[in-house]
Ligand binder design. Structure first.
Ligand code: SF4
Length: 98
């Protein structure tokens, strides 16, 4: 989609046309991917490549939605709720925030 960033294009293609083209990396997906150790990258496109490499294609957009939801509800940028997080036993960043 010319003139549209990958994140927006991925969301529009999936929700508007049922086409899975990638993982939509917004601020929540970026933060969660890094905290969970799914990527060491800082660039959105590189993070997307890392996530696509470890996730089946039919799970790319469900992964996007799950990471965004978890980032909004539990793993916020400030004061992540590690004690209440279902991932706290496997997350390398659990309880590292003050
Ligand atoms: S354990 Fe903490 S840092 Fe890890 S995903 Fe859960 S809330 Fe985020």
């Amino acid at each position: 989609m010319p003139g549209v960033a990958r994140k927006t294009a991925n969301i529009v293609l999936y929700h508007g046309y049922g086409v899975t083209a990638g993982v939509a990396v917004d601020t929540h997906v970026m933060r969660l991917s890094q905290r969970l150790g799914l990527t060491a990258q800082k660039d959105q496109n590189k993070i997307e490549q890392d996530l696509m490499a470890i996730t089946p294609k039919d799970k790319w957009m469900p992964l996007t939605d799950l990471l965004i939801f978890h980032g909004r509800q539990v793993c916020m940028a400030k004061n992540p709720q590690c004690a209440a997080c279902v991932l706290n036993k496997i997350c390398p960043s659990a309880f590292t925030f003050k």
